[in-house]
Design a protein around this ligand. Structure first.
Ligand SMILES: *[C@@H]1O[C@H](CO)[C@@H](O)[C@H](O)[C@H]1NC(C)=O
Ligand SMILES: *[C@@H]1O[C@H](CO)[C@@H](O)[C@H](O)[C@H]1NC(C)=O
Ligand SMILES: *[C@@H]1O[C@H](CO)[C@@H](O)[C@H](O)[C@H]1NC(C)=O
Ligand SMILES: *[C@@H]1O[C@H](CO)[C@@H](O)[C@H](O)[C@H]1NC(C)=O
Ligand SMILES: *[C@@H]1O[C@H](CO)[C@@H](O)[C@H](O)[C@H]1NC(C)=O
Ligand SMILES: *[C@@H]1O[C@H](CO)[C@@H](O)[C@H](O)[C@H]1NC(C)=O
Ligand SMILES: *[C@@H]1O[C@H](CO)[C@@H](O)[C@H](O)[C@H]1NC(C)=O
Ligand SMILES: *[C@@H]1O[C@H](CO)[C@@H](O)[C@H](O)[C@H]1NC(C)=O
Ligand SMILES: *[C@@H]1O[C@H](CO)[C@@H](O)[C@H](O)[C@H]1NC(C)=O
Ligand SMILES: CC(=O)N[C@H]1CO[C@H](CO)[C@@H](O)[C@@H]1O
Length: 656
């Protein structure tokens, strides 16, 4: 009897608690005015329920309390903290907004633990948590930010949210920079900070204390020069970001995108990480981080050298300053000129595919052309190099380097051109070699042969380009990829005859075909159930077509008749790897030398997809049947980029 009544009481108590909880939850508000306060245990919730402001402890030390903002769907992801350096040591913290418009955080003894500054006194202050995650104090009850007195976006912690600026105001001197947590439990500012350094030509850097740890580099109109894989994918206008440089301020800012939540964080090891998720998904996906590799370590190769796949090499015309050290992979001494510069007798040599060097001692002029830039640089003897400051529309603007060229690396795809001042002695060498030994004559012949080869090569490339252009213009869209007529495909595959069927892939049947010009093709007919929209398909195809590597199957074009979708690939005569290795007699055709060659090729292809390509694609379905063999038994990976999740990641890559 007694027991039952306690149980009943317990149940009632529980119900009452739940009711209180529900009431409290439904009463959640996004703002308070003077006289009302937020106590430990209470919260402000932004109107669309994306963000929440309240008190929290680090998971391992419940004695310290902080006032912070986190995602409602991911409470462990704190994006902003008021009292980073001054934790409350009890659970009696109170947040008020004063009549004058300051925010104050008090502990049990009503000592002020933290407060916000304001520029002027408010008449009718309101503290509000916006849907962007910005905590603001505004004056009056009108909407808009016209009466903004204070905003948390001006005091970033370790997280940059869309809409927040990373940079500097030249008027107020405010630095909008990120600083890492000191430790897993300690949100106080740590060693690492991420900022836009406005010295010279502004650039993105991560500092370790006062030293540069990683340099994302200068903005080239599309992206930071050291982040080519974040090149905004032209065909997707999903993500937008801004870089603004004017006399009042310089900043980088990501714009919000409705379907995703996205954040840029600098973590305790100094890594910049871009993470995204949807409100429904269970976890965050890391779509980008930097520094990526040894070559991203600031100035790893010293001056006048560039880093490529964890190795340093002097620029042409330069040699190691300390050859003995250099041979032992001690690169920090860098390189020096083989021939000293004589200012009056110098030329500019073009280097391409580079991450542009440190611009902290650079000057720039956005209105100049490359030619004017060269003229300006050649007139000033301390000018060492020049480049376009903006690569859009074929390049514009002028960037000049005064001082050593430091922290370059080579990008196989997406690097930039740099013109370096060199002694004018190459011509002299050729002239001098005229009347010398046979050896040098041989050298000249070799050079001549190479030149002829280059010219011929250039001609061939030019012709192929023209042909491709023609095909593109034949297509009805502004896609870069040729769109084939259905009639062409039907003719080529003999109306998809069974005789021409090569196999059944994961995404539909594959047919062999021959174009009127004699080129052999493989046509993949995507099953209708793939459920992808037309725009998505076109975007995806456009992207995949940009991936070109000798160990990847080339996509030649596509065809979109009615609601069907087809992909046209180059045809590879030797079928796929499984055809050989799983057949006793055929497997004997593959000796170990060939097998090594194939393994090597697959690894190269994968490395390109994973690391060196502009898009960074994870294959997720690599198997022998997806490795095709060309007439020389050279392996080519197929079916990459077809998983639909990949497309999302590709789009997201363009957010930083
Ligand atoms: C928790 O934080 C308090 C205050 O900073 C500190 O004195 C205490 O040692 C910490 N406890 C642990 C387990 O880290
Ligand atoms: C903050 O709010 C609490 C509760 O509303 C109140 O007791 C306290 O006096 C306020 N403090 C200030 C400085 O306004
Ligand atoms: C603003 O607030 C004042 C009093 O606090 C009120 O009299 C006025 O009507 C409000 N204005 C609007 C547009 O709500
Ligand atoms: C901004 O940063 C620069 C250099 O990092 C520093 O000298 C300056 O004092 C900072 N300004 C403010 C207002 O914090
Ligand atoms: C950061 O700087 C400190 C002190 O200069 C150094 O000990 C530490 O190794 C540096 N960290 C990294 C990741 O470079
Ligand atoms: C920081 O981020 C990098 C890249 O994601 C990761 O490898 C590293 O473990 C992270 N460091 C910490 C302390 O979480
Ligand atoms: C380079 O040197 C050659 C011969 O010494 C001279 O004819 C030429 O004008 C020089 N070029 C420049 C740009 O100084
Ligand atoms: C820029 O110039 C300063 C002063 O001459 C020098 O200390 C610094 O190393 C230079 N930075 C670069 C990247 O060349
Ligand atoms: C060359 O450029 C430097 C740096 O901008 C400048 O200080 C110097 O006055 C210039 N020299 C000449 C001759 O224009
Ligand atoms: C610019 C300014 O007024 N800074 C003040 C902001 O508030 C802190 C205390 O919370 C002061 O120490 C700063 O001087």
């Amino acid at each position: 009897m007694e027991r039952k009544s306690t149980e009943g009481f317990g149940r009632c108590f529980l119900l009452a608690c739940m009711l209180v909880f529900v009431l409290a939850a439904s009463a959640a508000t996004d703002n308070i005015t003077p006289g009302r306060s937020i106590r430990d245990g209470e919260a402000l919730v932004s109107s669309d329920e994306t963000f929440e402001l309240g008190f929290f402890s680090s998971p391992v030390n419940s004695t310290t309390r902080y006032l912070g903002i986190w995602y409602k769907v991911s409470p462990e992801t704190v994006v902003w903290i008021a009292n980073r350096e001054a934790p409350l040591l009890d659970h009696f913290g109170v947040l008020n907004v004063t009549k004058e418009g300051s925010i104050i955080l008090q502990d049990k003894k009503t000592d002020i633990i933290w407060s916000s500054n304001r520029t002027r006194t408010a008449e009718n202050p309101v503290l509000q948590l916006l849907d962007s995650g910005n905590l603001i104090v505004k004056d009056g009850n009108d909407s808009g930010l016209a009466n903004l007195l204070w905003q948390s976006f001006d005091y970033p912690c370790d997280t940059l949210l869309p809409g927040m600026k990373l940079g500097k105001s030249f008027i107020t001197g405010t630095n909008w920079s990120l600083s890492s947590w000191k430790g897993l439990n300690d949100p106080a500012p740590g060693r690492f900070s991420a900022l836009i350094d406005p010295e010279g030509f502004p650039q993105l850097v991560v500092r370790n204390g006062s030293a540069i740890f990683y340099r994302g580099g200068s903005w080239n109109g599309e992206r930071f020069t050291g982040t080519p894989d974040l090149k905004q994918v032209e065909s997707s206008n999903l993500f937008k970001f801004t870089f603004e440089l004017n006399k009042n301020e310089v900043y980088y800012r990501g714009e919000p995108y409705p379907s995703f939540i996205s954040r840029l964080v600098v973590n305790q090891s100094g890594f910049l990480r871009r993470l995204v998720r949807t409100k429904q998904s269970q976890s965050w996906i890391e779509i980008y981080f930097a520094p990526r590799d040894e070559c991203d370590r600031y100035a790893v190769c010293g001056p006048y050298a560039s880093c490529n796949t964890n190795n340093c090499a002097c620029l042409d015309g330069f040699e190691p300053k300390y050859p003995a050290e250099w041979d032992h992979s001690k690169w920090s001494g860098g390189c020096v000129r083989k021939t000293e510069l004589a200012c009056q007798n110098s030329v500019f040599t073009k280097y391409n595919g580079l991450k542009l060097p440190d611009t902290s001692n650079s000057s720039f002029d956005a209105s100049m052309s490359l030619k004017e830039c060269q003229e300006k640089c050649s007139k000033n003897c301390s000018c060492i190099a020049y480049a376009n400051s903006d690569i859009r529309n074929g390049g514009s603007g002028c960037l000049l380097w005064f001082g050593d060229l430091i922290d370059m690396r080579i990008y196989p795809d997406g690097g930039q051109d740099l013109y370096v001042r060199m002694a004018n002695s190459t011509l002299g060498y050729l002239v001098a070699s005229k009347n010398s030994s046979k050896k040098k004559r041989v050298a000249i012949i070799v050079i001549a042969v190479i030149l002829v080869g280059l010219i011929l090569g250039g001609l061939i490339v030019h012709l192929r380009w023209k042909k491709l252009r023609k095909q593109v213009e034949g297509g009805k869209d502004d896609m870069e990829l040729p769109v084939f007529d259905l009639s062409t495909i039907v003719k080529a595959t003999d109306n998809f005859s069974d005789d021409n069927k090569l196999g059944q892939g994961g995404f539909g049947p594959v047919y062999k075909g021959t174009l009127p010009e004699g080129q052999e093709i493989a046509v993949k007919r995507l099953s209708k159930s793939s459920g992808q929209g037309l725009e998505e398909f076109k975007n995806e195809v456009g992207l995949i077509a940009k991936l070109q590597h000798r160990n990847l199957v080339r996509l030649l074009g596509c065809s979109i008749p009615g609601d069907e979708k087809m992909l046209i690939y180059e045809y590879l005569p030797n079928k796929s790897l499984d055809y050989f290795i799983f057949d006793q007699t055929k497997s004997e055709l593959l000796d170990w030398r060939r097998r090594m060659h194939i393994i090597d090729g697959i690894a190269r292809g994968l490395l390109y997809l994973h690391q060196d390509s502009r898009l960074r694609i994870i294959h997720r379905d690599l198997k022998a049947s997806n490795v095709l063999l060309d007439s020389d038994m050279c392996p080519k990976i197929s079916d990459f980029g077809m998983a639909r999740t990949i497309w999302v990641v590709i789009c997201l890559l363009s957010t930083l």
